[in-house]
Ligand binder design. Structure first.
Ligand code: NAP
Length: 320
C-alpha cells in the first residue's frame, strides 16, 4: 500500500536524521528510509572527538542514538533495513519504490537524498577472496578479532589514522601504509600516530597484493619511489582509502538522471537543491562537501528548511 507523506528522507546518517528533526519540527509529515541500521559511516567510528558539545569523545553509535531519539520525539517516522530503490516523478509528486516490490511507493511532495557513502575498495589481488577472513573495512566491527595480532592499515586520511589509533587497543603491532610521505588526515591524528609505540608508518608504499589462502598471512607492498617489493607477515589488513557515494537509486531512476557529477556525487546549490524541483541532497553524498558530521548535520537542516519552503510554495501557489 502506498505511503503518503510531505517529505521523504533517504538515508539515516547525521544528515538524514537532522533533516528529519528540522522537517518535523517545521510541521512536515516526514518519513526516513534507511537501507541498513541508522548512522551510516558514523556508527563505524569508535571515538568522535570533533562534534561540538561533546568535550569528551562520544562513540558514533551513541551520537546517532541521541540524534534518533531527538528526531523521533518530534514525530519523525523511521523505517530501517529498507532500501529506496527507484524514484518516479508523476504530477509533481515523487513516487519512491522501497524495500521490495510488495511495498507500495512512498508518495511525497519533496525528497532529500542523504544516502552517504561507502568504503572504497582497492581491487588488489587477494582483497575480495580474503574479505571477512582478515581483510576489513571497519575497525569497530572487526578490531577485537585481532587481539595480540599484527595488522596493517592502508591509507593516510582521517579514517585510516583514527582507525589505526583505535586498533592499537587490540593489535600488538599496527603498520600504517601510506602512498605518500605526508598524511592527508588532520595533524592532531598524524602526530599521535607518529608517537605511538605500537605503530610503524611505511611511507611511499602501496598495497600490491594480500597473501593467504584461507585467511590473511601477509601483504606485499611496493615502494612507489624505488619500485622495491617487500612482504610482511601479518594477520589482518584494514583498508581506508576513501569513500564512494551511495547513489544506486540514481541509476535506477531515469527521471532524476543528471543530478550527479562524474564521480557520482550529487550536485546542489548552497540551499541543497538539486536541479530537479523538490529534490534536495545533504551530507556526504553531496558534491563538494567538507565530509564531517557537523557539515552533514548543517546540510540536513538546510535541506529540510528549503524543502519546507518548496512544499509551502507549491501548496499556496506562490512557488514559481
Ligand atoms: P580520504 O580523506 O579521501 O583519504 C583517503 C586516503 O587513502 C588518502 O590518504 C589517499 O592517499 C589514500 N588512497 C586513496 N586511494 C588510494 C590507493 N589507490 N592506494 C593507496 N592509498 C590510496 O578518505 P577518508 O580518510 O575515508 O575520509 C573521508 C572523509 O571523511 C574526509 O573528508 C575526512 O576528513 C572525513 N573523516 C573525518 C574524520 C574526523 O574528523 N575525525 C574521521 C574519518 C573521516 P592520498 O593522501 O595520497 O590521496
Amino acid at each position: 500500500m502506498a505511503i503518503n507523506t510531505d517529505l521523504l528522507i533517504i538515508g539515516g546518517g547525521p544528515a538524514g536524521l537532522t533533516a528529519g528533526l528540522y522537517a518535523v519540527r517545521g510541521g512536515l509529515d516526514s518519513v526516513l528510509i534507511e537501507k541498513g541500521i541508522l548512522g551510516g559511516q558514523v556508527t563505524t567510528t569508535y571515538d568522535v572527538e570533533n562534534y561540538p558539545g561533546f568535550p569528551e569523545p562520544v562513540s558514533g553509535a551513541d551520537l546517532v542514538d541521541k540524534m534518533e531519539k531527538q528526531a523521533t520525539r518530534f514525530g519523525l517516522k523511521i523505517k530501517t533495513m529498507c532500501e529506496a530503490q527507484r524514484i518516479e516523478i508523476k504530477d509533481h509528486k515523487f513516487h519512491t519504490y522501497i524495500c521490495d516490490s510488495s511495498e507500495g511507493p512512498v508518495i511525497s511532495d519533496a525528497v532529500i537524498l542523504a544516502s552517504g557513502n561507502v568504503p572504497r575498495k582497492l581491487g588488489v589481488p587477494g582483497e575480495e577472496k580474503l574479505a571477512g577472513r582478515g581483510v576489513s573495512y571497519c575497525a569497530t566491527c572487526d578490531g577485537a578479532l585481532f587481539r595480540n595480532r599484527e595488522i596493517a592499515v592502508i591509507g593516510g586520511g582521517d579514517s585510516a589514522l583514527t582507525e589505526a589509533l583505535f586498533l592499537t587497543n587490540f593489535a600488538s603491532k599496527v603498520y600504517v601504509v601510506h602512498r605518500r610521505d605526508k598524511f592527508r588526515g588532520e595533524k592532531v591524528y598524524g602526530d599521535r600516530i607518529l608517537a605511538h609505540p605500537k605503530i610503524s608508518v611505511i611511507w611511499d608504499s602501496v598495497l600490491e597484493s594480500i597473501v593467504g589462502e584461507e585467511v590473511v598471512d601477509g601483504v606485499k607492498l611496493k615502494n612507489v619511489k624505488t619500485s622495491e617489493i617487500r612482504e610482511i607477515k601479518l594477520d589482518g589488513v584494514f583498508i581506508f582509502v576513501g569513500l564512494a557515494p551511495s547513489t544506486a537509486i540514481i541509476k535506477n531512476s531515469p527521471g532524476i538522471a543528471g543530478i550527479a557529477n562524474e564521480e557520482g556525487y550529487i550536485v546542489t546549490d548552497e540551499s541543497c537543491k538539486t536541479k530537479i524541483e523538490g529534490l534536495f541532497a545533504a551530507g556526504d553524498v553531496r558534491a563538494g562537501n567538507f565530509r564531517q558530521i557537523v557539515v552533514a548535520c548543517a546540510n540536513g537542516a538546510t535541506a529540510a528548511h528549503n524543502a519546507y519552503h518548496y512544499i509551502d510554495g507549491v501548496r499556496t501557489g506562490s512557488h514559481k
